[in-house]
Design a protein around this ligand. Structure first.
Ligand code: PRX
Length: 662
């Protein structure tokens, strides 16, 4: 298919000539991959990573689709992100942090390395070792990144749980991981209010829990109350770290306040570095397992190529460490390149809707990577917040997590980038580990709303049904689904044999430009957060009043998609006055159910609307007809074939209740 040439936005000349990765590099690399696919990956891995022991095998595909990259090589993620920079970039800022109250802190590579070594020693002291699962339930703050690096230094497998998840969701993850250590903090501020993470963490591990040690960082002034009925060890990290440093000084006769460098554990390229849970099409989130060397290789290369990271840049990715973007493009990829990474802990509209622009001006941010849902909010808040600030330091913009759409792309380009910054619209997933499809700012022209071609080495294809698939294994691919090999095979490798299936629909245009069309399964995307409709239905089913439910997503102006849940209550609860007295009015019931979902999963999963109805529209084989519910939730008369519906009257009844709710 041809592209509308009017929509093409050329790259600025300075990028073509000065980018890290230019057209010539691109052509050479494409040719090299064509000639020798594995040999090219091997060469890149040798050039980009420090290997304690060289690998002999690039890819072991003997048990495909359980591909093993660089299995006999030995390396370490934290070493590749920190130690390798100590000589040339020791004093350079690795991390700059600002909290919502405006307090800031900068960490040079040397300091960050020392803090990671210190925390590594601390974890080792607690008995944490290679292969142990460590759960991190923290806000986006330096201590969280330090904890992640300390885990990778030891070879302990970290699993970060987004701080917005509720106690039940945290508990499910901890239990499946059999994690013995939970690292959290006493709280953080969001829109001026304290979020008490410790309370949620404590609830998650009360009762039967594999957790043996709860580590608490004191991140807010409130005193740490370590009294608890929990039968586990509770640690005030700050206090114990000080003791540890004193001990080290005493034992080793050190003159300065430092713990000795912690030699990293040398891991096989295929050892698991982390497990990150994401939603799928069943009620249960899946633990996506990532390897060590291939993951870091691609996080490093894509950071360098796609964001054109330069030594003097200040780079800001707004993603939280609870999501994959916060792993690959906050905690690891940019640091592997020796970049300066900025992180901000608070809300974008606190105290005013110009906070991001104030931060860009204050820290002279050069590269700004965010999500379409945030961009749509900026659009809604208005230009006056932007015009107050000097954004001239910006040179490149990025988007991730959901389709950006042509209009939002153009708005971002004109109003934030002032029509001089290229935008990289990066398509990828938790499972892919790194960016797969995107324009490169030194190589490809842009088309608003179209992600771009697959990156060199990535074999993206689209089948006749419009399903995007990746036909060759790549280094940062997931290793598997934790404790569920079947789900890995069936979910990703069965629909198109020997090809990885991401679950997205896409179109391909001239020069391999790919436009992502959205999901082809029951995964929805709310404010860039991935959720499964079945996951929300499972949460609803746990409520005493719910008989069954069907969850769908409808377009939402800011969030991208909004959740609508059609709920059938248990018999006797629909019209009886008795039950109304004990359970409240319909509005009250809906409110309770919304809260219930937030309590089960997290506030980001709270439905926009709950529609209580008599029955769900089902086919004769018992399947809920979701497209019909989508129409009804948007006040549209259902179209298409309804002949398979078991009860045709259901449609009129549903339309009536949905309208009543307006
Ligand atoms: O549907 C795609 C959408 O987000 C999904 C992956 O979600 P998650 O694993 O949470 O990772 C998000 C951050 C990488 C994909 O299957 N998605 C991601 N990026 C884009 C996108 N949809 C359209 N355009 C994108 N740039």
């Amino acid at each position: 298919m041809q592209t509308n040439s009017e929509e093409i936005i050329p790259l600025p000349l300075n990028f073509k000539t000065h980018a890290n990765f230019n057209l010539e590099n691109y052509k050479d690399l494409q040719a090299s991959f064509q000639q020798d696919y594995l040999g090219t990956w091997a060469k890149l891995a040798q050039e980009e990573l420090f290997w304690h022991k060289d690998f002999l095998q690039t890819l072991d595909d003997s048990e495909k689709p359980f591909y093993k990259w660089f299995p006999d090589g030995e390396t370490n993620i934290s070493y590749n992100c920190l130690d390798i920079h100590l000589k040339d970039r020791g004093e350079k800022a690795a991390l700059i942090f600002e909290d919502e109250a405006g307090e800031s802190e900068a960490f040079s590579y040397k300091v960050l390395h020392a803090r990671v070594c210190e925390f590594t020693a601390y974890l080792k002291n607690l008995g944490v070792k290679k292969g142990d699962r460590v759960c991190i339930y923290m806000s986006l703050c330096p201590e969280a990144i330090i904890a992640m690096h300390a885990c990778t230094r030891i070879g302990a497998i970290h699993s970060v749980v987004f701080a917005g998840f509720a106690a039940h969701a945290l508990k499910d993850r901890i239990d499946e991981l059999s994690a013995k250590i939970l690292i959290t903090q006493n709280g953080f501020y969001r829109r001026g209010k304290m979020v008490n993470l410790l309370e949620v963490a404590t609830e998650a591990i009360s009762g039967n829990s594999p957790i043996e040690d709860l580590l608490i960082f004191k991140r807010v002034k409130e005193p740490l109350s370590l009294q608890s009925s929990l039968k586990i060890q509770i640690h005030d990290v700050e206090r114990e770290l000080k003791n540890l440093v004193h001990l080290a000084i005493k034992n080793l006769n050190l003159s300065t306040h430092e713990v000795p460098e912690q030699t990293p554990e040398w891991l096989s390229g295929n050892d698991t570095s982390f497990i990150l849970y994401t939603s799928g099409s069943t009620g249960k989130p899946k633990g996506i397992e990532h390897n060590t060397a291939g993951y870091l290789l691609w996080a490093k290369l894509t950071s360098k190529w796609v964001f054109d990271l330069k030594d003097e840049d200040v780079y800001w990715c707004t993603a939280d460490i609870g999501w994959i973007t916060g792993h690959s493009y906050v905690a690891y990829g940019p640091l592997a390149n020796g970049a300066t990474v900025f992180i901000y802990e608070g809300a974008p509209n606190f105290p005013e809707a110009d906070r991001y622009w104030a931060l860009i001006e204050k820290y002279k941010i050069n590269i700004f990577y965010t999500a379409p849902t945030a961009i749509r909010s900026f659009q809604a808040w208005g230009l006056e917040y932007i015009e107050k600030h000097d954004l001239s330091s910006l040179r490149l913009l990025g988007s991730v997590g959901e389709p950006i759409g042509t209009e939002t792309w153009k708005w971002f380009y004109q109003n934030i980038g002032k029509s001089k910054c290229p935008i990289v619209d990066t398509w990828w997933q938790t499972e892919t580990g790194g960016i797969m499809i995107s324009t490169l700012p030194g190589v490809n022209y842009m088309i608003p709303g179209t992600a771009g071609p697959a990156l060199p080495g990535i074999s993206a294809e689209i089948n006749p049904e419009g399903l995007l698939h990746i036909s060759k294994p790549w280094p940062s691919m997931l290793k598997g689904v934790y404790k569920n090999p079947d789900r890995y095979i069936k979910g990703y490798w069965t629909t198109i044999p020997d090809s990885y299936l991401p679950g997205d629909l896409a179109d391909i245009y001239a020069e391999g430009y790919i436009k992502i069309g959205g999901r082809n399964d029951d995964v929805i995307n709310v404010s860039g957060h991935r959720l499964g409709t079945a996951e929300i239905e499972t949460a609803l089913a746990k409520h005493q009043t719910v008989n069954e439910s069907a969850v769908i997503a409808i377009p939402h102006a800011i969030k991208g998609e909004g959740i609508v849940a059609f709920v059938v209550l248990k018999q006797g609860l629909m019209n009886s006055t008795d039950s109304q007295q004990s359970h409240g009015s319909t509005e009250e019931r809906e409110r309770i159910l919304k809260e219930h979902v937030a309590n089960e999963i997290g506030a980001h999963a709270k439905p926009e609307r709950i529609i209580i109805c008599e029955a769900l529209p089902k086919t004769r084989s018992g399947k809920v007809m979701r497209r019909l519910l989508k129409d009804i939730a948007q006040d549209r008369l259902p179209e298409g074939d309804l002949s398979t519906l078991e009860d045709k009257d259901v449609v009129a009844k549903l339309l009536a209740v949905a309208k009543l709710k307006r």
